[in-house]
Write a protein that binds this ligand. Structure first.
Ligand SMILES: Cc1cc2nc3c(=O)[nH]c(=O)nc-3n(C[C@H](O)[C@H](O)[C@H](O)COP(=O)(O)OP(=O)(O)OC[C@H]3O[C@@H](n4cnc5c(N)ncnc54)[C@H](O)[C@@H]3O)c2cc1C
Length: 469
């Protein structure tokens, strides 16, 4: 009977595993989770309640058909909760674990086969007779018909500007979620990046070191925009706008259409127009040529990121307060060099003036966002998959080549049967695929497809079991 392996213990792995458990009656569903607490991954492992979800509670969920289960869970924990609230990410991590736990209990009662492996997947081998063998940390091999890669983004690589002396000093932190390993109180902390991860890093640093001076640096020096406090009405012309966008060729005509919609609809908040594009974002990305995508990444990505990936209002207020109190400075600048030891010397070129200056910092934290450049990353499993021809790097370093449904492609562009990805690895194909609403829809579709095949095999088996079989 066909078994399936889901690799990755984050929220995407949890969604795929739980969806499969509910549908897969025969064979075993393996979940290879590594050594972290399964289900939380990078985003929901935080214990800091100032780290908020950037999606309203009503839109957060781990499985497709579960209505307001997260709101109910949060209400049990916190008392009164509204669907429009931006709740702590820790709470969503607890929720994922509870939801997967419930699916596991159901699967046990129904006698369905599953295994959770607290090891990393190290190697995938394609079998000539079909299917794959997955080697996991303890040296065992799992023989499966299908593999779902849900391994999230890659660990951060140091920026090229960072010297080996700085890296070896221990004062350059590549993992923004590990501030607690810095025991010495810094006088100045420099955070490279001004996106959502940088915001959380600065909020944690401000609490942990109340007397430290905080500096944030990014090329544009722009914070993510904030969400409105209450949900916004939809833009009345959104459908027409989306149709027009889908008929566009090229990035600039798309940008002009969105700008015109914002300018000519004073009664619609621009944020509702951007949000209303959500159903067509993947389609728009797929319509762009390679050159169009490059143009977007080079000139518009920052604008898209700050407008589309907004922060909770409370996070925005906390950052503003730090700036007003004079504890946080922001530089729109390029980091030219990080060198030295204790303190580190951070050399910047200011965007507006082109002036070069050097700051001293006791701690520098790199918070530059998702890295999906698989060809350059040091991810053992992905590197092995690239070498074995089981994955091909996206030419713009946005994950791996795949079909829109997540099935991986080989170097000739042919689908690799039974090999899928979900989440960040698919950015080259879908662009927007890393938030929970997209992840749970993708997990659901994959489970329907693989579970449907399982059902079909069973019915054929039953037909064959009949009197004439
Ligand atoms: C700070 C932050 C905040 C976010 N906030 C929100 C939000 O509020 N709402 C929202 O919808 N989205 C949010 N997101 C988007 C987020 O990416 C998704 O919600 C989701 O957490 C992605 O989960 P994932 O499983 O794809 O990746 P990850 O969380 O990165 O999990 C992947 C897991 O796979 C493991 N892994 C890697 N390689 C292997 C291997 N070889 N074997 C076994 N395991 C392996 C990793 O160790 C990791 O635990 C946020 C993202 C971040 C980074």
């Amino acid at each position: 009977m066909a078994d399936i392996a889901v690799i990755g213990g984050g929220a995407a792995g949890a969604a795929a595993f739980g969806e499969l458990l509910a549908r897969f009656r025969h064979g075993t569903v393996h979940w290879v989770v590594g050594q972290q607490a399964p289900g939380r991954g990078v985003a929901y492992a935080t214990r800091d309640d100032r780290h908020l979800l950037n999606v309203r509670a009503a839109s957060m969920g781990v499985f497709q058909e579960q209505g307001d289960a997260f709101i109910q869970h949060a209400t049990r924990q916190l008392g009164q909760v509204k669907g429009s609230d931006f709740l702590p990410r820790r709470l969503f991590g607890d929720f994922i674990q509870a939801q997967v736990g419930a699916r596991i209990d159901e699967a046990r009662r129904a006698g369905r086969g599953f295994r959770i492996h607290p090891e990393a997947a190290l190697e995938i081998v394609r079998r000539d007779a079909g299917g794959y063998a997955v080697r996991i940390g303890d040296g065992r091999w799992l023989e499966v018909s299908d593999v779902i890669l849900a391994i999230g983004a890659l660990a951060q690589r140091p920026l090229r500007a960072v010297s080996s002396t700085a890296l070896a000093s221990g004062a350059y932190e590549l993992d923004p979620w590990q501030l607690e390993r810095h025991q010495q109180v810094p006088r100045r902390v420099v955070v490279i990046g001004t996106g959502l991860t940088a915001v959380d890093t600065l909020l944690s640093a401000s609490l942990r070191w109340p007397h430290a001076e905080l500096v944030a640096v990014s090329r544009h020096g722009m914070w993510p925009c904030t969400h409105s406090a209450l949900p916004l009405a939809s833009h009345p012309q959104q459908e027409a706008l989306n149709r027009a966008l889908m008929a566009c060729h090229g990035v600039l005509p798309m940008l002009r259409l969105v700008r015109a919609a914002v300018d000519t609809a004073p009664d619609s908040d621009w944020r509702s127009i951007i949000d209303g594009m959500r159903p067509i974002n993947a389609g728009l990305w797929q319509r762009l040529s390679h050159a169009g995508r490059r143009q977007f990444l080079r000139h518009l990505r920052w604008l898209w990121e700050v407008s589309r990936h907004r922060m909770a209002p409370a996070s925005g207020q906390a950052i503003q307060q730090l700036q007003e109190e004079g504890r946080l400075q922001v530089h729109a600048a390029r980091v030219l060099a990080v060198d030295g030891a204790a303190p580190l010397q951070v050399t910047l070129r200011e965007r507006a003036t082109q002036l070069v200056s050097t700051l001293q910092a006791d701690l520098v934290v790199q918070a530059t966002g998702l890295d999906t450049a698989v060809a350059y990353g040091a991810h053992d499993l992905l590197s092995q998959c690239l070498r074995a021809g089981l994955a091909v790097a996206d030419p713009l370093q946005l994950g791996v080549l795949a079909q829109p449904d997540g099935q991986l492609l080989d170097a000739c562009g042919a689908p690799l049967p039974g090999l899928y990805a979900i989440g960040s690895l698919l950015r080259g194909n879908l662009w927007e695929c890393t938030a929970m609403p997209e992840i749970r829809a993708a997990a659901h579709q994959l489970a329907l497809r693989l579970g449907g095949r399982d059902e079909a095999a069973t019915s054929r088996g039953h037909a064959g079991d009949g009197p004439g079989g």
